[in-house]
Design a protein around this ligand. Structure first.
Ligand SMILES: NC(=O)c1ccc[n+]([C@@H]2O[C@H](COP(=O)([O-])OP(=O)(O)OC[C@H]3O[C@@H](n4cnc5c(N)ncnc54)[C@H](OP(=O)(O)O)[C@@H]3O)[C@@H](O)[C@H]2O)c1
Length: 238
């Protein structure tokens, strides 16, 4: 058991919420954050354990120092926020949307990692949630791949600059979360079936599986500067 404090930015849904549940089970104290106060409150109410909630827009760079000051000391930061901006075929992808993707994910991760530093334990860690689009050559993901590869590039650099704080990254494959809710139920099923067919383990991932991998990166004191790809093997391009 641990009484360490983990802050999960983007903890009200999907991978972040599953990570909150997993860390609470392991005895961590957890603060979840997100932009939507009602969604955040519902998420916190449905979690068991020592959990707090703090409304935060991680893309509001100027507001982050005060947001982290309000949260106070923490041992681990998990950056699980991000949306779907930047997807589409390279030749036609909307550049405004790609820029928004960088602002909403890459810059937000970068700025949160910086803003938490005055409060982050030297024995603690930062874990970025990137995406397998950074490693897999999937058509239609040039924007997403660039957005997520930039995040993965931070882990080894920060592992040196911020030592002894450990800094890691996780790169999930396709995971069944509300991230995919831009698809209707009718669209989601064949989309997931197509991804499953291209994934060596034969299915898409579950948020809890990514949460387990994040908990490993947080808990293992000898792992730093690493990107852990947790994708069922889809990057291998079967
Ligand atoms: N699902 C997948 O297949 C998959 C695969 C690879 C990588 N990922 C990555 O994993 C991360 C989590 O995705 P998910 O699937 O768990 O998505 P999700 O279920 O949509 O969760 C996203 C979370 O981030 C929060 N959020 C979004 N923008 C935010 C902001 N500016 N400030 C603070 N919180 C923000 C959301 O809450 P609010 O909307 O209330 O702010 C929500 O809690 C994303 O970075 C995504 O790119 C997902």
């Amino acid at each position: 058991m641990s009484s360490q404090h983990a802050v999960i930015v983007g903890g009200s849904s999907g991978i972040g919420l599953a990570t909150a549940a997993h860390l609470l089970e392991k005895g961590y104290r957890v603060t979840i954050t997100g932009r939507d106060a009602a969604k955040l409150r519902t998420a916190a109410e449905n979690l068991d354990g020592d959990v707090a909630a703090a409304v935060m827009d991680a893309a509001d760079l100027a507001g982050l120092p005060a947001a982290f000051a309000a949260i106070g000391p923490l041992d681990h930061l998990v950056l699980a926020l991000g949306g779907g901006n930047g997807a589409g075929p390279f030749a036609t992808v909307d550049l405004v949307d790609v820029r928004k993707g960088f602002e909403q994910k890459t810059m937000a991760h970068f700025a949160c990692a910086q803003a938490c530093l005055p409060y982050l334990s030297k024995q603690g860690s930062i874990t970025f949630v990137s995406a397998v689009s950074a490693q897999a050559a999937m058509p239609g993901t040039a924007g997403l791949g660039a957005i997520n590869a930039a995040i993965a590039a931070l882990a080894p650099i920060l592992a040196i600059e911020l030592k002894p704080i450990r800094v890691n990254c996780i790169s999930p494959g396709v995971v069944d979360t509300p991230w995919w809710d831009f698809l209707s139920a009718d669209q989601k099923e064949p989309t997931f079936a197509s991804f499953a067919a291209r994934t060596p383990v034969g299915r898409v991932g579950r948020p809890g599986e990514i949460a387990e991998a994040i908990a490993f990166l947080i808990g293992n004191g000898f792992t730093s500067g690493h990107t852990l790809i947790c994708d069922g093997g889809i990057r291998l391009g079967q």
